[in-house]
Design a protein around this ligand. Sequence first.
Ligand SMILES: NC(=O)c1ccc[n+]([C@@H]2O[C@H](COP(=O)([O-])OP(=O)(O)OC[C@H]3O[C@@H](n4cnc5c(N)ncnc54)[C@H](OP(=O)(O)O)[C@@H]3O)[C@@H](O)[C@H]2O)c1
Length: 326
Amino acid sequence: MRALICESFGPIDQLRVQEVATPEPGPGEVRIRVESAAVNFPDALIVQGLYQVKPALPFSPGAELAGVVEAVGEGVRHAKVGDRVISFCGHGAFAEQVVVNARQVMPLPEGMDMDTGAALVLTYGTSLHALKEVGRLQAGETLLVLGAAGGVGLAAIEIAKQMGARVIAAASSEDKLALCRTVGADETVNYTSEDLRKRVDALTGGQGVQMVYDPVGGDYTEPALRATAWRGRYLVVGFAAGAIPKVPLNLALLKERAILGVFWGDAVRRDPATHLANMQQLAAWFTEGRIHPVISERVGLDGAQDAIQRMAARQVKGKVVVHPHA
Ligand SMILES: NC(=O)c1ccc[n+]([C@@H]2O[C@H](COP(=O)([O-])OP(=O)(O)OC[C@H]3O[C@@H](n4cnc5c(N)ncnc54)[C@H](OP(=O)(O)O)[C@@H]3O)[C@@H](O)[C@H]2O)c1
């Protein structure tokens, strides 16, 4: 089979499409023909050796996919050959076939296309978990989303609107902010040309926001934390800007603010029942036309390396999906 291969941790442009052996499923595993796999920011980190997980070399990046089960290992009960499924696999999805633990496989929701299925699990799963389990966002509260036109950012906007919140979307360009408005953002801030804190103050009558969703980090974190209201909650989701910010803790004391970490992957492992319920909620919202994952580009395996590179360079909106058989 053909696969995008990482032979050593290093620059993204070292990734190459190669012919490799088709993997066989062991006990408890299934092999899936990958129809669609989505690009996520962690793909850029994992191939450089900068992610918390370092797979054995060589490996294929690609953390989530949709496809068809084509072989099952011993002892697998809840998936069979021919099933249309979605899966979070961590890595391995940028390949024509992938072997995953059968427990990580779910049926593709009724009426959902493969591209949407591939693009839903990681970003929407993360954002629903963050806003519901970690932040406990309430209807009527105001949420500030940083990096709002990215994968988890757009998902956070759509989910927060379903939860009844008012959403302020912050991003780096006017076309990114226009996209945020199309998925439901009530207000926008261009944080490269406007003062983030002052603009949020103006939009909230000086009160600040009840919650911040921060997948970006870097220089945006401190002004965003300062823009939270009394007992505001600050969700630490990621560090796409590269730098892990260090904030003065008096900012937490002064307004009884809470700084809350989000680690979706571990939360799924610790509480699979809640993850399942969240995926069912997302599937229902999709079927009812309430959420619309934005797929901005579709590429073949040969375009996957470039897509990962552009994501790392802040040049992608929404999700890019890879079609390994195109
Ligand atoms: N905690 C968890 O469980 C969890 C789960 C999934 C993902 N994450 C993390 O969440 C972050 C976002 O993931 P994603 O898939 O949504 O990525 P993405 O689609 O690339 O979005 C990230 C956004 O960050 C902004 N950004 C600001 N400075 C940047 C820079 N120097 N380089 C790249 N982007 C920059 C960009 O928006 P602007 O250009 O508008 O600023 C971009 O749209 C990543 O750090 C990822 O590891 C965490």
